[in-house]
Write a protein that binds this ligand. Structure first.
Ligand SMILES: [Zn+2]
Length: 350
């Protein structure tokens, strides 16, 4: 298989670049690509990292995963793009500096009417054309706030427009199988309303799922630095994605240190919010179990006097503490995993 200049014959590995746009200074913007072509035929799995430039753990995980994968032991094809956002990586920022856009909101957008797409959307469209053409599975590696317990976001699957309910259910089942094989705690995507409000249908995972490709989004701990334990968990998880796809024989030992013993399905929620501005003092940390009504933080004034206590309305787990000690009215305090009462399938026909 050939992606950009990375052209791998069966049983070999190739590295190269996919040129995605020209830069004003004469160079091309190029995404690094590694293609590992198995000696036997099989599915095609794409693994992408660092679509947010300040999230290097995904890049590090793809480096290690691709290097250790032996093409002669593989059935099918693995395509790794360690750096999806080279402009963001250069400046250690989430967005790309062309126009300050978040790349992970520009997949599958289509025609913008009378305004032509900006550079970042073109970059996304050009790499996504390659992904859509060949991918059976997409793993979009991310990280979250700096104090984050590693987990996997499992997308919900829509039906009703261009996909019937049975096809959507089959895709859902495949995503359930893959996310469980990956081995990190699984947290379902926000509920439908919040997903739409945040334009998450135009993330790489959102666009891929809309196109019928099994995709999911691991959050490998926090941003800015490579977290070695989360990287190791991702490498094992990716191998187990290949094992469950009948592409590889030897399963890796799944990580055990990140397990959350939930009694039922969990979903993401940004919660609670503070009703007063001030300086936040956390009483919980990432990975902690929380109970409904528990005070998770207090907000103090500049003299250190308590202004308000912030409690969670829901039981569940702390996924992340938010960054920054200073908070304003209604700022969020935590990302949490709470019981999920919404279905993984939704009707998009209305
Ligand atoms: Zn991200």
């Amino acid at each position: 298989m050939k992606v950009g200049s990375a052209d791998a014959a069966p049983g070999t590995r190739a590295t190269g670049y996919l040129s995605v746009t020209d830069l004003p200074t004469g160079q091309s913007e190029r995404l690094p690509v590694v293609v590992v072509e198995g000696s036997e035929s099989g599915p095609t799995v794409w693994v992408t990292g660092t679509v947010h430039g300040d999230e290097p753990t995904g890049m590090a995980a793809t480096h290690e995963f691709a290097t250790r994968l032996r093409p002669e032991a593989l059935a099918g094809t693995v395509v790794c793009v360690p750096v999806m956002n080279p402009a963001g990586l250069r400046t250690n920022e989430r967005t790309s500096y062309y126009h300050g856009d978040d790349p992970n909101r520009y997949f599958g957008r289509g025609d913008g009417g009378e305004t032509p797409p900006r550079t970042q959307q073109l970059v996304c469209e050009r790499v996504y054309d390659e992904i859509r053409e060949s991918a059976d599975v997409v793993v979009s590696l991310h990280t979250s706030w700096i104090q984050t317990h590693p987990y996997t976001i499992r997308p919900r699957v829509g039906y009703g427009r261009d996909r019937d309910e049975a096809a959507a259910a089959a895709l859902r089942d495949r995503i359930v199988e893959l996310t469980e094989a990956f081995g990190l705690p699984v947290v379902n995507q926000f509920g439908r309303e919040e997903t739409e409000r945040r334009s998450l249908s135009h993330t790489l995972t959102g666009a891929a799922v809309a196109d019928g490709i099994a995709a999911f989004t691991p959050e490998l701990g926090g941003r800015f630095v490579v977290e070695a334990d989360a990287r190791a968990a991702a490498v094992a998880g990716l191998r187990n994605v290949l094992v469950t796809s009948d592409m590889l024989d030897e399963p890796a030992s799944p990580p055990t240190e990140f397990g959350l013993s939930a009694g039922g399905p969990l979903k993401r929620r940004v919660h609670p919010h503070t009703d007063a501005a001030g300086i936040v003092r956390y009483r919980v940390r990432e990975g902690d179990r929380i109970t409904a009504g528990e005070t998770v933080a207090e907000v103090v004034d500049p003299h250190g006097e308590t202004k308000t206590e912030v409690a969670t309305e829901y039981p569940g787990y702390v996924l992340s503490r938010h960054e920054g000690a200073a908070v304003y009215e209604n700022d969020p305090i935590l990302d949490v995993a709470v019981p999920d009462d919404e279905p993984l399938l939704w009707d998009r026909s209305d």
